[in-house]
Design a protein around this ligand. Structure first.
Ligand code: ASP
Length: 304
């Protein structure tokens, strides 16, 4: 049997009232993303199509911090990062600091497939999106009341320390194995609330928040972007598998709970290997996640 699997995440971090109030809608959003990706895989579609379509759905869902529903930076503006990687050929595409592009993940894929580059940022990336006919939206499309409230809270001086300590992440990602044995990973985010304008996180950095290699695994990360970058989280998981010849779950556990056990922040990862086995690991209170392998029942979880 040709195995096929998909895992999605909707961010890792602390629990919050917002999550409790929206728990069932968050779970439905994750389930819909798995189902859309799984349907592609079932019909023989590529892992790249599965992860792109799953992430697009999450980008369109205002409950997650990516696309519509992105957090606001210190100027009260939305700047989005995304990346995608094809485990078959080491191909990758990434965008940083994009505005007004409805689905940054599709722009990342477009850059991978239609330009000689891997990574474009800002105005240049926007120009490519416009020229290629990708869907654009006005600023207000991306901004939700929930993120405005969080932004205002983060700007109240007395609350800043508390806010920074209480990390609430809602970045999205997907990893998949298709029937042809190819792996792919995709990650998309609005970044972190009240971050400096121009700040770039891990979600668009190949090897940090996104990585795929058919001979090891595909990984998508979430959490404190600065830590995922400096500890090269996604690539570490792939490399550990390669050198130790261990399972993908063992590699995720080692990188999160041992190698980075003293880290002062949140890290969460989802991963899949070339046999369709999954790795899911986080050091935070919760990570929104859902997965499905072959025709097994879909599983969706928020807490440990
Ligand atoms: N990793 C993302 C970033 O730092 C945030 C998140 O995962 O919620 O941009």
């Amino acid at each position: 049997m040709e195995n096929f699997s998909i895992v999605v995440h909707g961010g890792a971090g602390e629990d919050s009232e917002f999550i409790h109030l929206n728990e069932s809608a968050i779970k439905t959003g994750l389930e819909d993303a798995v189902n859309v990706g799984q349907e592609k895989l079932k019909q023989g579609g590529s892992a790249m199509d599965a992860v792109e379509n799953a992430v697009r759905l999450l980008e369109n869902n205002p409950l997650f911090n990516s696309g519509r529903g992105s957090v606001l930076n210190n100027e009260g503006e939305v700047e989005m990062d995304a990346s995608i990687m094809d485990g078959k050929n080491n191909g990758a595409g990434a965008v940083a600091l994009v505005r007004n592009v409805k689905n940054p993940i599709s722009l990342a894929r477009h850059i991978m497939e239609n330009t000689p580059h891997v990574f474009l940022a800002g105005q240049g990336a926007f120009k490519i999106a416009k020229e290629s006919g990708l869907e654009l939206e006005v600023d207000s499309y991306f901004i939700t009341q929930h993120q405005v409230d969080r932004y205002i809270k983060s700007r109240k001086k007395d609350d800043v320390d508390n806010f920074i300590k209480k990390r609430v992440h809602g970045t999205v990602g997907a990893v998949a194995l298709d029937k042809a044995g190819n792996l792919a990973a995709a990650t998309s985010t609005g970044g972190t609330t009240n971050c400096l304008s121009g700040r770039i996180g891990d979600s668009c950095i190949i090897g940090a928040g996104c990585y795929a290699n058919n001979s090891t695994c595909a990984v998508s990360g979430t959490g404190d972007g600065e830590l995922l970058i400096t500890n090269v989280i996604a690539y570490s998981i792939s490399t550990y598998m390669e050198f130790k010849n261990c399972t993908v779950q063992e590699a995720c556990d080692y990188v999160i709970h041992q190698r980075n056990k003293n880290i002062n922040g949140d890290i969460g990862v989802i991963a899949v290997d070339a046999k369709g086995e999954l790795g899911i690991c986080f050091n935070s209170e919760r990570m929104h996640r859902a997965w499905k392998t072959n025709d097994e029942k879909l599983t969706v979880k928020i807490y440990k």
